[in-house]
Design a protein. Structure first.
Length: 346
């Protein structure tokens, strides 16, 4: 295994292939000085990737693979309509590529890439199988009822205080240690035995079986755009558009008129060079535009509220204290730095 290559991996069904290719191509383009020390792969269910996808991907050094053995997933019931079976495929990838790749960086398809992710492969993960960005560490920044739900959710998963939950949208995985700890089988068994509480499916299952036994990364690797008040504190490598406000949707529910417009422009540039020039136009409707108009009006009404401004200030203060005090592995190892109050890639 020593010296085995690394890979960036995504999993996507046919409905998410364009976003997955966007992320994969962005990763490739962001490699420092054109030097790419990793392969880029997208795993799809058999038959989901048409020839035009395969040809376009191959021309850009991206491998589309449909060779995962999905038999382990056939008995898993997905109880949340918003989730796809493709999400479970990420649990199979580390076992499938173990022995071929030393490490893989799993990425969700709803991301934008802003710097070279390849430097993360040099992280010392000690004895852990997974490195990821913590989530839910600043409870006072959430509404009380939201934090109460999360706390009860962590407890239902069997996690122990202080609930070292992580977001699985970006995970650095040591394949040998993943296999050693049998994480694929354990996570799938947890889902099958606890389906109703796995609201976030494989993310909940991994958090339940690992219970905080991860290497913690700084938020530059998995930054949420809803935290715009924190952009002066963080210079992200990866921005994660979890939730309804996807970067390829120009308008939509709970999305302001010009929200994440910079990310949408990146998609426009990508689509112009692709065989699917009309794809973006199919991702929103007049109903979505009306929803964005309502969201914009609601935002401006709330902007006049002094409590809103006070909450933004409180959130920034709490997160600044957390960022400055937390022991992130990438910062401690010099891959990322704190400079003038900002977290960024070194």
């Amino acid at each position: 295994m020593v010296g085995a290559p690394n890979a960036v991996c995504l999993c996507a069904d046919k409905n998410m292939l364009v976003p997955a290719l966007f992320v994969a191509d962005s990763v490739r383009r962001a490699a420092s000085s054109g030097v790419q020390n990793f392969d880029v792969m997208i795993f799809t269910p058999p038959g989901d990737a048409a020839d035009d996808f395969r040809q376009w991907a191959a021309g850009r050094g991206i491998s589309l693979r449909d060779d995962l053995n999905l038999s382990q997933l056939q008995d898993v019931k997905i109880l949340q309509r918003r989730l796809s079976r493709a999400a479970l495929m990420r649990l199979l990838v580390p076992v499938s590529v173990a022995g071929q790749y030393r490490r893989i960086l799993h990425l969700d398809a709803d991301l934008t890439i802003h710097d070279d992710v390849g430097v993360l492969f040099e992280l010392d993960m000690a004895d852990t199988a997974v490195a990821a960005v913590p989530a839910g560490r600043v409870p006072a920044a959430e509404r009380l009822e939201v934090w109460d739900w999360w706390r009860s959710h962590f407890e239902a998963l069997g996690m122990t205080y202080p609930y070292r939950y992580f977001n699985a949208g970006v995970m650095l995985i040591d394949t040998e240690k993943w296999v050693r700890d049998d994480l694929t089988t354990r996570a799938l068994e947890f889902i099958m035995q606890n389906g109703p509480i796995c609201f976030y499916l494989e993310e909940d299952a991994l958090n339940a079986v690992l219970d905080g036994a991860i290497t913690e990364l700084s938020p530059i690797w998995n930054f949420r755009p809803k935290e715009q008040t924190l952009r002066r504190l963080i210079q992200p490598v990866i921005v994660h558009y979890a939730g309804r406000s996807k970067p390829w949707k120009r308008f939509g529910r709970s999305k302001r008129l010009f929200e994440n417009l910079d990310a949408f422009r990146l998609y426009e540039a990508f689509i112009r060079e692709s065989p699917w020039p009309d794809w973006l136009a199919t991702q929103w409707t007049v109903r979505d535009l009306v929803a964005s108009l309502r969201a914009e009006a609601k935002y401006h009404l709330a902007a006049f509220s002094r409590s809103r401004a006070n909450m933004d200030t409180l959130v920034e203060t709490l997160f600044r204290e957390y960022f400055e005090g937390a022991a992130f592995a990438d910062v401690e190892q010099g891959i990322a730095v704190r400079e003038n109050g900002t977290l960024r890639l070194a």
